[in-house]
Design a protein around this ligand. Structure first.
Ligand code: ADP
Ligand code: MG
Length: 449
C-alpha cells in the first residue's frame, strides 16, 4: 500500500485510472533483483498500459523503500497459472515469466510466424533470405532489406524472423518497431528536453541483438529522426547486431535517400516481394479456409482469387468479410451470397471482358474526341495519337490480330498498325504525360491479369 501511494503521488494519476490500474495490483515475487507484480487479469492491454505508464514509478518507489535498485516486471494472471501448471520450482517460474516478458517487449504479433506464411514464387526469395537471417542473425546478411507493395507480407516476415530467433535463443533481445513509433519516440524525447530521456531511448535501441524497423521510408527526410536512426544503425551494425528493414521500394528508388543511407541499406541483402500469382493467392485463401474450420467451396475461393490480385491484406479482408456476412445474415456461404457480400470490393464491372470496342470508347473519352473521327482517315495530331494508343492497347489487352485492329480503325493495311504500336512503345519510355494517360485508360478498362 505504501508503494501504491507513492506511485499515486508521483505519477499524478487520476482517481479513476488509479482504481482501474493500480489498486488491483499485488506483489507476486521477488527474484534475481526483479520485483514481479501481479495484474489480476488476462488482459494484455492492461499489461502494456501499466508497463509503459507505471513501470518506472514502481521501480523508483520500490527501490527507495528497500534501499536497493530493483527492476520491476508485471505478470498477468494467466502467465502465473501457466507457470504453476508447468512446475512449481521458483527458478523455472522466473525463467518462464521473463520469457513472456521479453515477448511483450519485442512488439511481435504471435500470428505472424514462418509456419503461417505461405511461400509462393512471388515471395520465395524474401522468404529464404528471412530464414537465413533468422538462423544466423548478424552473420549472414546485414542489414536485410525487404521491400514490396502494401499488404504483401513484409511485416509478417519480419515478425517471423523475430519469433524464430527468440525461440532458438531465449536470451536474444529482439525489438520490432514501426517507423511511426520510432519517430514518435524520438520526437517525444527531444520535446521533453531531458538528456535522461534521450539516453533511455538510446539504451533501448542500441542494446538489442536484433532491431527491425518497418516501413523505413517514413523515417527518411525527418531530420532528427533519421539522424538518430543513422547512429543507431551504425552502432548496432558495427557490433555485429542484426538489422532488418522494410520499405515500399528498393533503396535505389527512394528519391530523397541520402548516399550515406543508401550505401548502408545496400550493404547486406535486398529482397523483394512481388504481387502474388494466382496459385499463391489460392494457397493463402485455402490456409484461411482451413483455419476457419468449415468447408468452403473452391469455386468461392477461386472467385476471390481471380478478382483480388494485388494485395494479400485485401485478399484476407475479402475472406473475412464473407464469413462475417454469412454469420450476421445467418445464410450459408455459397457463390451468390459471396458475390453479394463482396459487392463493394469486387464490382461486377471488374469482371467485364475487355473488347476492342471498349478500348475505342475509353480512349476517345479520355482524349475528348469523337469515335467517328478516330476511325476516319483524318490525320491531325489530336486524332493520330489516340488512334495509335488504341492500336497499342488492343494489341496489349486483347488477342485480336493486327489485321483486325486495322479493320476496326478503317485501315487497309496492318503495317500502319504495327508502326503505330511501335510509336507508342517508344514514346512510353520518354513521355510522362503519355504514361499517365495510358495508365488512367488501363485503370478505367479494369484489371487484367
Ligand atoms: P506488408 O507489411 O507488406 O504491408 P503484411 O505483412 O502486413 O504486409 O501482410 C498483410 C496481411 O497478409 C497479413 O495479415 C499477413 O499475415 C498476410 N500475408 C501476407 N503475405 C502472406 C503469406 N505469404 N502467407 C500468409 N499470409 C500472408
Ligand atoms: Mg507492413
Amino acid at each position: 500500500d505504501h508503494i501504491k501511494d507513492a506511485v499515486r503521488e508521483e505519477s499524478g494519476i487520476t482517481d479513476i485510472s488509479y482504481h482501474t490500474w493500480i489498486e488491483p495490483l499485488s506483489f507476486y515475487e521477488y527474484n534475481g533483483g526483479v520485483v514481479f507484480i501481479l495484474i489480476p487479469s488476462d488482459n494484455s492491454i492492461a499489461h502494456n498500459y501499466i508497463t509503459t505508464h507505471y513501470q518506472n514509478f514502481f521501480k523508483v518507489a520500490i527501490s527507495e523503500l528497500i534501499g536497493e535498485a530493483v527492476d520491476v516486471s508485471f505478470v498477468l494472471q494467466k502467465d502465473v497459472n501457466i507457470n504453476n501448471e508447468k512446475t512449481s520450482t521458483p527458478s523455472a517460474e522466473k525463467e518462464s515469466v521473463s520469457e513472456s516478458q521479453s515477448y511483450e517487449n519485442s512488439n511481435l504479433n504471435p500470428k505472424y510466424r514462418f509456419d503461417t506464411f505461405v511461400v509462393g514464387s512471388n515471395n520465395k526469395f524474401a522468404h529464404s533470405a528471412s530464414l537465413a537471417v533468422a538462423e544466423s542473425p548478424g552473420e549472414s546478411y546485414n542489414p536485410l532489406f525487404l521491400y514490396g507493395g502494401p499488404g504483401l507480407g513484409k511485416t509478417h516476415l519480419m515478425h517471423s524472423i523475430g519469433h524464430f530467433i527468440m525461440e532458438h535463443n531465449s536470451s536474444a533481445k529482439v525489438l520490432y518497431v514501426t517507423s511511426e513509433a520510432f519517430t514518435n519516440e524520438v520526437i517525444e524525447s527531444i520535446r521533453s528536453g531531458k538528456q535522461e530521456s534521450m539516453s533511455k531511448l538510446r539504451e533501448k535501441y542500441r542494446t538489442v541483438d536484433v532491431l527491425m524497423v518497418d516501413d523505413v521510408q517514413f523515417i527518411i527526410g525527418k531530420e532528427s529522426t533519421q539522424e538518430e536512426f543513422f547512429h543507431t544503425f551504425n552502432e548496432l551494425h558495427q557490433a555485429g547486431k542484426q538489422i532488418i528493414l522494410s520499405s515500399d521500394r528498393p533503396p535505389k528508388e527512394m528519391e530523397t535517400l541520402e548516399e550515406r543511407f543508401r550505401s548502408r541499406f545496400e550493404m547486406g541483402l535486398i529482397a523483394d516481394i512481388q504481387a502474388p500469382d494466382y496459385e499463391t493467392r489460392m494457397a493463402i485463401l485455402r490456409k484461411n479456409a482451413e483455419n476457419f474450420g468449415n468447408h468452403i467451396d473452391d469455386e468461392i475461393l477461386e472467385y476471390i482469387a481471380t478478382n483480388i490480385k494485388s494485395n494479400i491484406r485485401e485478399l484476407e479482408g475479402a475472406f473475412n468479410k464473407i464469413i462475417a456476412y454469412s454469420r450476421l445474415n445467418n445464410v450459408e456461404i455459397n457463390i451468390d451470397n459471396v458475390k453479394e457480400a463482396l459487392r463493394d470490393i469486387i464490382s461486377p464491372e471488374e469482371n467485364k471482358i475487355i473488347t476492342p470496342q471498349l478500348i475505342v470508347n475509353t480512349v476517345c473519352e479520355q482524349y475528348g474526341i469523337r469515335i467517328d473521327d478516330v476511325v476516319s482517315r483524318k490525320r491531325n495530331s489530336e486524332i493520330v495519337l489516340p488512334r495509335q494508343i488504341i492500336m497499342y492497347l488492343c494489341r496489349e489487352m486483347t488477342d485480336i490480330s493486327l489485321e483486325e485492329i486495322g479493320r476496326i480503325l478503317g485501315k487497309k493495311d496492318h503495317t500502319t498498325v504495327m508502326s503505330g504500336i511501335s510509336r507508342i512503345k517508344g514514346k512510353l519510355s520518354t513521355d510522362e504525360d503519355l504514361v499517365k494517360n495510358v495508365d488512367i485508360i488501363k485503370k478505367k478498362l479494369g484489371p487484367t491479369s
